[in-house]
Design a protein around this ligand. Sequence first.
Ligand code: S3P
Length: 439
Amino acid sequence: MDKQIMNIKENPSKNIPLRGEITVPGDKSISHRAVMFGSLAQGKTRITNFLNGADCLSTISCFQNMGIDISVTPGEVIVNGKGLHGLSAPLKGTLDTGNSGTTTRLISGILAGQNFSSRLSGDASLNSRPMKRVIDPLTQMGADIRSEDDNGCCPLLIRPARLHGIAYNSPVASAQVKSSVLLAGLYAEGETKVTEPVLSRDHTERMLRQFGAQVSSVGVTASITPEPTLLSQDIQVPGDISSATYFIAAALLVPGSEVLIKNVGINETRAGILKVVSDMGGKIELKNARNLEKDAPGEPVADLLVKYSPLKGTIVEGALIPTLIDEIPMIAVMAAMAEGTTIIRDAAELKVKETNRIDTVTKNLRKMGADITPTDDGMIIKGTGHLKGADLDSYLDHRIAMSFAVASMIADGETKIKDRECVNISYPSFYEDLYSLCR
Ligand code: S3P
């Protein structure tokens, strides 16, 4: 795959309109969960449109390492689940979670309830990300979990313990924290509740219900009843709205563009980008929206028709932030090309993603001549409607690489992005797909 990426010229597409249809790969959050819950269910779970990115492959290899038979073909992933108590001690020692925060935090909750010990560790970026946010609530549930180096980060050491349900008030709106606690709740005595300051993505609650768990969601509180019998499912993973965002932005920014992005997940706890785009004056239409009923199994999806549009500045804040947290680097680039000022606040979580994204977005946008001021919980961007080509760094962060690949399509002059192949984390065929629309 690396070779394929390297064979694509850095920017063959400058100011060439994007036209046509595209289907983006399966949703990353949903792909992870389908493998995890399929492993804990009885029987054969069939997953179609699974995201074959490095992060989701880390989840697969962790569960294979715990004795689950999982087969991966280009069309589908089959997980032969062994039930809630069917995992076994890792065959190959440490569970390697790579670059994936979702794998690490969700698996911690599952491992806390097992009758074997485990050790979790990932790459340098992952091992510097905060894990105290899951260590704290899991410890309150009775788990024996600690940071090996006592720095609140991975490697994590988890030993068998008896868990009891808690009512946890999470200080952060994080689906990874919420999911970790709910998954530990599968193995706890009594009910487990998690209340968030603002609702984060609810894929865990939806999918666990589909597998047969008793999960209730009331406002910002989710509760789970222990020891359900989870039964295997057919899971059709919708296209990832976070990946679709790069195509939305490219179509909005390059004059003459018109793109139909098919089969995109539009779960309202995930789809804040759609609101921001219309607030900025972007022309985006939802077509063929389906599976919208509140209790329908699976996730709502639609096709998105996006047309070139002059953009204006906006304010992105509050409850909207968790619904678009991964899209902020791309929003920042759009803001630099818009007329007027964009303010992004309440987004301090950006600092603990694959990179400190307040920092990495600011560095790259400044190199491109944008007027951006970083703040403690976001950024202020005065749109100039213009970016210049520059030598940029992805900082090995897939979302930074993809956001600035789009920026380079409308920047004057040449742009180079160091380590651009890190898109493999969530979107291995990103460059081919993006440039295939330029005609
Ligand atoms: C994710 C939740 C978000 C998001 C990440 C995926 C998930 O992280 O940024 O890319 O699948 O639950 P937080 O829960 O830390 O906000």
